[in-house]
Design a binder for this molecule. Sequence first.
Ligand code: ADP
Ligand code: MG
Length: 300
Amino acid sequence: MTRIISLLNQKGGVGKTTTTVNLAAAIAAEKNSSGKFNKVLVIDLDPQTHLGLHFGIDESATSGASVYDLLMDESVTAKDAIVKARKNIDLITSEVDLAAAESELASKTDRHDLLAKKLGPMLSLYEYILIDCPPSLGLLTLNALAASKELIVPMQTHFLALQGVSRLFETVQMLVGGINPELGVTGIVLCMHEKNTKLAREVVDDLQGFFDASRESDVPWKNCIIFDPPIRRNVKLAEAPSFGQTIFDYEPECAGARDYAKLAASVISVFETKTVKVVVEAPSLKSRDIAAADSLNEPI
Ligand code: ADP
Ligand code: MG
């Protein structure tokens, strides 16, 4: 089963692209249950085209189709749009024209489902598909949400973070309730984290309280966790994109690489750790049963 995960936050600059690139690289370095390396497809749905650039791939230099062509042109298949980014990582690039797709999509009848339909034939090829969303909740994001099974929300622990997250979740619930009721929020990734500040601690406590209070309700974020570890602020993570490199290409021993490797392990195992432990209680003996048992021992 392919895990299709959208990396979503309606704010820009919170770490979505950095997390998509480095999480993809770290997941592709891990082996799956059949002993083979995970195959990962990453999709750039942001017209800023940062995802491809971060991998060192300039969309204008590739002759293939972009995600814009994939969405707008019925005859373009996902296979036509895929370029190889790294060993075991394929990429569908974005392009600046994608900004126009928001309004162009509006006139199409199947406007929510275009990406989901195009990805269908690709599912047997990948263990993971990661979608880097634009910082908005328009039709492009809706296509990502309709195609995904999970959401991961990269965010920073700043003032009003909880308010932003709860509003984002409510909007997501409203948007996808009808078109993708199976979509669940898997977790939050704390990016550029400075764990020793009082503000960061307070925000994390507030978030944790919010999720704990949601466990029993029927909302898409009822199983949401705050991923461990948070991604520390690390200048190497900010430098790597200008070399077109993942953090594992650029500085594999740095704190940022270690954090993303551990995060990948947490993301891979998240459903394993969430299995409910069923405790079978020994039936309690009632006094009546004890009396009955005793009577069997009485000499006849
Ligand atoms: P988004 O995709 O949400 O707009 P980015 O991933 O592009 O956010 O990150 C915004 C900026 O912050 C980029 O310049 C990126 O290099 C930098 N950045 C992201 N994560 C970290 C980190 N953990 N430490 C330092 N800089 C970071
Ligand atoms: Mg981005």
